[in-house]
Ligand binder design. Structure first.
Ligand SMILES: NC(=O)c1ccc[n+]([C@@H]2O[C@H](COP(=O)([O-])OP(=O)(O)OC[C@H]3O[C@@H](n4cnc5c(N)ncnc54)[C@H](OP(=O)(O)O)[C@@H]3O)[C@@H](O)[C@H]2O)c1
Length: 292
């Protein structure tokens, strides 16, 4: 069957690479795949993907090359010293902004037009409207690869500063892990009393959803630097009631180590005279080296 859709190579067939290659196949792109453990390609080959015998063969097969491996070192290792001349390299491997910048320099030396990306989805979300993927780097590479990239989810281009996608990805993961840390602590408290986690989960979800608007209001205060605007729950009050998180954890026989640093920052900020402001002012303490 012929198609006018560009062919795409996918390097790395872990859970995520397999989902990416599957989305491309579903959308009708010719797909070439390579994975260190070759057997992981079998199901995709049955669906019509071409199996490359080596990374070099995979890179030669398509002008657009998508890499999704464990980390940047493994991508470097896999690409080796191959010339990437004429290739649009899209690296969807998780990393830091610094790693993205260093990788972009290396990719440019190999001749590639480079796009760095951060996938904001778990594999089952790929190809659904729930998925979005952040990109930064070469605008030309983004434009060229976009029809293929759009098969993964919504493509969001954050500009040519190549580290921006990784920075945004890590910032979003930071928010997610904060939510998970809080949720684990909450489950520990109630299950210590014999409450089934499944009974508590709907209330937790409802409360987290009710609080999900927090970021928008906080962002306005953060951008203005005025943490006293529109305060509905002042820091002094929150610092006092936050102690009850520690006391309740003690009563329930649960560690409160996940929350101790936040409690200390709230106390310090209130003691510094900002008790009438919002919690958002704590960002000032996060920005100081001596409070890291
Ligand atoms: N899964 C998620 O929910 C998710 C979400 C967003 C972003 N990501 C990111 O996507 C990337 C891949 O994640 P994944 O879930 O697919 O991980 P995974 O299932 O653990 O797969 C890891 C992949 O990396 C390959 N690999 C590891 N070290 C290698 C090396 N030295 N040389 C060659 N290949 C190597 C593995 O090959 P073998 O099969 O031979 O071991 C496999 O293809 C990661 O950077 C991850 O942070 C994942």
């Amino acid at each position: 069957m012929t198609t006018d859709k560009p062919s795409v190579t996918v390097l790395g067939l872990g859970a995520m690479g397999t989902a990416l290659a599957g989305a491309l196949l579903s959308a009708g792109h010719p797909v070439t795949v390579w994975n260190r453990t070759a057997a992981k390609a079998d199901a995709l080959v049955e669906r019509g993907a071409a199996r490359a015998a080596s990374p070099a063969e995979a890179v030669a097969a398509s002008q657009i090359v998508v890499a999704c491996l464990l980390d940047y070192d493994s991508v470097r290792e896999v690409l080796g010293t191959e010339s990437l001349r004429g290739r649009t390299l899209v690296n969807l491997t998780n990393g830091t902004p610094g790693q993205a910048r260093r990788f972009a320099e290396w990719a440019a030396c190999q001749g590639a037009d480079y796009l760095d990306g951060g996938i904001m989805a778990v594999p089952p979300m790929i190809g659904t409207p729930a998925a979005f993927v952040l990109y930064s780097g070469s605008a030309g590479a983004f434009d060229r690869a976009r029809p293929a990239l759009d098969t993964f989810g919504e493509s969001i281009f954050l500009g040519e500063a190549v580290g921006r996608a990784a920075l945004t990805d890590i910032a979003l993961l930071t928010g997610m892990y904060g939510m998970i840390a809080g949720s684990l602590q909450a489950f520990a408290l109630v299950t210590a009393d014999g409450v089934p986690a499944t009974d508590f989960a709907p209330l937790l979800t409802r409360w987290l959803q009710a609080m999900s608007g927090w970021a928008d209001g906080a962002a306005k205060q953060l951008d203005s630097g005025d943490y006293a605007t529109g305060v509905v729950s002042n820091l002094g009050m929150q610092a006092a009631s936050f102690d009850n998180l520690h006391r309740t954890a003690d009563e329930q026989g649960v560690h409160s180590g996940l929350f101790a640093p936040l409690g200390r920052l709230m106390q310090q900020r209130a003691a510094d005279g900002h008790g009438h402001e919002d919690l958002t002012g704590i960002i000032e303490l996060l920005r100081k080296d001596d409070n890291a």
